[in-house]
Ligand binder design. Structure first.
Ligand SMILES: [Zn+2]
Length: 237
């Protein structure tokens, strides 16, 4: 089981993912964690596959559920305990689906999202990359009829899997329903960002107390690190 319990791995993940554009953060994070050995291949995985792996790593490293914060239209801030274990088990559609009988749609990848982000027409770029006609040729978004566009949207939703988890809850303030799309990789990234300063503070405390090098401190078994830290700070282990 791969987790981010190892402090050296957590810091490596934190550094790699901080430097990545948001659209590629999931694959970069999973690669740095050691879950996906080939970064190029990771960027070509369907976003749903990446999201399901991110949910699994999040649960295994930080526990379940995760605390998510939503803001209602009325301004009320809602704290929601969100179970990620079911998300980790969602099947990812990567085989492509038939839309409207004549079109094939494949799930977008991080590379598709990066290309869309760089273009002046993100949606058109995504459609051009992910939709093919019956002969396997790209379809210009302008050529799609309204019915075909609806069929493509439906197929894309089915293919998204864990990348399109929707959270529905009720606002205790105004009573309205609140619907939010969940970015599992981003939630995992936030957990890494919250944990990293504590790891660095532990390394700094041990380095100051004993004069050890960072690499040696990160290589300490967890139990020994905890006891040395307690001795250095005068707190019980
Ligand atoms: Zn509200």
């Amino acid at each position: 089981m791969t987790t981010l319990d190892d402090p050296g791995r957590l810091l490596a993940v934190w550094e790699a993912a901080a430097a990545a554009p948001p659209a590629a953060r999931g694959p970069v994070l999973l690669h740095a964690a050691g879950l996906l050995p080939d970064l190029d291949a990771a960027l070509d995985l369907p976003v749903g596959t990446v999201a399901a792996l991110a949910a699994r790593l999040s649960v295994d490293s930080f526990g379940d559920p995760v605390d998510a914060v939503l803001t209602c239209g009325c301004g009320e801030v809602l704290d929601v305990a969100l179970p990620l274990d079911p998300v980790a088990g969602l099947p990812a559609g990567d085989a492509g689906a038939v839309a409207g009988g004549t079109l094939r749609v494949r799930a977008p990848t991080a590379r598709d999202l990066l290309a869309a982000g760089r273009s002046g027409d993100p949606l058109g770029t995504l459609l051009a990359r992910c939709v093919r006609d019956a002969d396997g040729r790209p379809v210009a978004p302008g050529e799609l009829t309204a019915d075909q566009r609806r069929a493509v949207d439906t197929a894309a939703e089915e293919l998204a899997g864990a990348a399109a988890v929707v959270l529905r809850t009720r606002c205790p303030g105004c009573g309205d329903g609140v619907v939010a799309t969940l970015d599992v990789a981003e939630l995992l990234w936030e957990r890494v960002v919250r944990r990293a300063p504590a790891v660095l503070a532990e390394v700094a405390a041990l380095a100051a107390a004993y004069g050890w090098a960072e690499a040696d401190i990160l290589a300490l078994p967890a139990g020994r690190r905890r006891v040395y830290l307690a001795l250095a700070t005068g707190r019980a282990a």
